[in-house]
Design a protein around this ligand. Structure first.
Ligand SMILES: Cc1cc2nc3c(=O)[nH]c(=O)nc-3n(C[C@H](O)[C@H](O)[C@H](O)COP(=O)(O)OP(=O)(O)OC[C@H]3O[C@@H](n4cnc5c(N)ncnc54)[C@H](O)[C@@H]3O)c2cc1C
Length: 425
């Protein structure tokens, strides 16, 4: 049984692991020279409701990537505005560990291997065709190509190609495999109806900061700097992906986080204005390179899917991560990825597919995001355990917990302990 995964971000890596553990032969194709996609920037995890989700993953038998994140954490259990008990993994160190982990499990990892299109047999994918013309056949396929860019979208709905970590000019554009297979893409909107949203943060090199700021960030993990009143731009809150940070505090202050590089919690920031802030007089951007002017545009390519993460309209295609809905986050990508890899094997083995119950935050966010798309302006809501609408829901319905014992008992009571660790074929 061969499972083919297209896209090596956190969701594709998680899918590869659970499909392999379930007993399939697994090959993953990633267009760039790095796994983890957007996970090579970012780094925040275990903040707010992501803590509960991480512990659920561990108890479901899919804690592999969370453990790698924990092992690469530069800071643990820190707070910054509206976010509690966050960990920050080192974005410059985590990828090689994930790559080694996948290879050690026996997963075939193909880098600089961009899928250009699909070959179909009615509603069934027969093979993916790579950019070099080779055909890759499989029994079941998983689309984890994300939703970022490509350059034409960043130009049309953003401020141009900003040279982000996905490096489309070099490795080629993202391809929506589900759309190529016949399932039309769903897209998210901003509050004014413009399609897509700006990624919400940038990275600057740590050594471009003053010594005092570096010392404070090394010690505390986060620093909050006041933005001069004449430069406060609240409009930026409405255009960004991350509704969990769309708070006035993030307009009036610049939140800096130490993820190995320094994460600036703003979608973009004119460099001359940034250099007015004490400690940032010599700062420049490293991701995206054009962070003074814009950021990548996301959420233009979700696939219609059921709550077992099978793509509607294509017989043998599954999805996860940003591809499976308007989910924001590394943890969210790993949660959906873990379920989809497991279900791809169930599908190929003709076993019933698993839908995680709503007593789990993972099951609940997957079904809630689908439900929300049926409601008015539902495509303007992006979902994350870490804040905004979905975290409020978690708290309201009693799903938020930081009690490891309680989470373990719940997964045990539901009969789901280590389910993703079990061999199916
Ligand atoms: C600047 C920034 C900061 C962020 N910060 C955080 C944070 O601190 N914490 C957090 O939890 N989340 C953060 N996020 C969000 C988070 O990174 C993403 O939601 C999550 O990592 C998405 O994972 P994914 O696997 O769905 O997609 P992606 O990471 O986009 O992965 C998709 C992969 O598919 C590949 N691909 C695309 N097309 C093809 C093709 N045709 N053939 C082969 N490969 C293809 C891409 O190269 C990419 O590697 C941040 C995002 C950005 C942009």
């Amino acid at each position: 049984m061969k499972v083919i995964i297209i896209g090596g971000g956190w969701s594709g890596c998680a899918a590869a692991i659970t499909a392999k553990k379930a007993g399939a032969e697994v090959a993953l194709y990633e267009k760039t020279d790095l796994l983890l996609g957007l996970g090579n920037v970012g780094g925040i995890f275990r903040n707010n409701g992501r803590y509960t989700a991480a512990e659920e993953l561990i108890n479901l038998g899919a804690g592999d990537l969370i453990r790698i994140m924990d092992a690469n954490a530069r800071h643990k259990n820190i707070d910054f505005p509206e976010h509690n008990h966050a960990s920050l993994y080192d974005v410059s160190k985590v990828e090689p560990d994930v790559r080694k982990y996948l290879s050690d499990l026996g997963i075939e990892v193909n880098l600089i291997a961009r899928a250009a299109t699909v070959e179909m047999d009615n509603r069934r994918i027969k093979a993916i065709k790579l950019q070099d013309g080779s055909l890759i056949e499989g029994d079941v396929f998983i689309d984890t190509t994300g939703s970022t860019g490509a350059m034409d979208n960043c130009s049309k709905y953003g401020n141009g190609c900003v040279m982000c970590v996905l490096r489309c000019p070099t490795f080629g554009s993202r391809v929506s495999i589900s759309a190529k297979a016949g399932a039309a893409d769903l897209y998210s909107e901003r509050v004014d109806g413009t399609p897509g949203a700006f990624s919400g943060s940038c990275e600057v090199p740590k050594d471009s900061l003053s010594d005092e700021l570096i010392k404070e960030l090394d010690e505390k993990g986060s620093v909050v700097l006041k933005i001069p009143p004449e430069d406060v731009n609240s409009d930026k809150l409405n255009i960004k992906v991350c509704q969990q940070y769309a708070l006035q505090q993030f307009a009036e202050n610049l939140v800096l986080l130490d993820t190995g590089h320094i994460k600036l919690m703003s979608p973009f920031y004119p460099i001359d204005k940034l250099r007015k802030i004490p400690g940032l007089e010599k700062v420049r951007f490293m991701d995206p390179y054009a962070g003074g002017k814009g950021n990548s545009i996301r959420y233009l390519a979700a696939a219609p899917r059921t709550n077992d993460l099978k793509v509607i309209g294509v017989d043998n295609l599954f999805c996860a991560g940003e591809k499976s809905g308007f989910f924001i986050g590394h943890t969210e990508a790993i949660c959906t990825g873990s379920l989809t890899g497991h279900n791809a094997v169930r599908f190929a083995a003709k076993m019933p597919l698993l839908v995680l119950p709503n007593e789990t935050v993972i099951g609940d966010i997957i079904s809630y995001s689908n439900y929300r798309l049926t409601t008015e302006n539902g495509n303007r809501i992006r979902h994350t355990f870490s804040g905004a609408e979905y975290f409020n829901r978690m708290k309201k319905i009693g799903l938020y917990s930081t009690d490891n014992g309680e989470i373990k008992d719940k997964i045990h009571r539901l009969g789901l302990s280590d389910i993703f660790d079990k061999k199916l074929v």
